[in-house]
Design a protein around this ligand. Structure first.
Ligand code: HEM
Length: 98
């Protein structure tokens, strides 16, 4: 059986304005089964803690020093794999912050 993590995380019955990117919604308590990027249960991802730490480090260190911008104007669409991926490599331009 395969559950759609994408569908679960955009369920209007669980999330208000489900399609809106609003990270602040996680500042308060949020529905335990409404956000499951690493799966759940016995087969929950063993790399979850590592991945969260890694992304926080990249965001904290990278964003303090650079402004990130998409290097081209080409559209990027989501592609479904085990996780959600971009359908092509995304070229970024890094501009050092003063
Ligand atoms: C942002 C990064 C990652 C995401 C979103 C992610 C997501 C997932 C998801 C959705 C599953 C399936 C869970 C299930 O079947 O219920 C999974 C399983 C797994 N992940 Fe990850 N993962 C990430 C990074 C990693 C990393 C860095 C590692 C290794 C160091 C890893 C190792 C595994 C393994 C071994 C499983 C299979 C666990 C099992 O079946 O018992 N993942 N991951």
């Amino acid at each position: 059986m395969v559950l759609s993590i994408y569908g679960i995380q955009r369920d209007e019955g669980t999330w208000q304005d489900a399609e809106v990117f609003r990270p602040s919604r996680f500042l308060d308590s949020w529905p335990r089964y409404g956000f499951i990027p690493f799966g759940l249960g016995r087969h929950i991802c063993i790399g979850s803690r590592f991945s969260i730490l890694e992304s926080m480090l990249i965001l904290a260190c990278g964003r303090q020093r650079f402004r990130f911008a998409q290097a081209d104007q080409e559209e990027v669409n989501p592609e479904v794999g085990v996780t959600l991926l971009p359908d092509r490599a995304i070229r970024l331009q890094l501009e050092p912050l003063a």
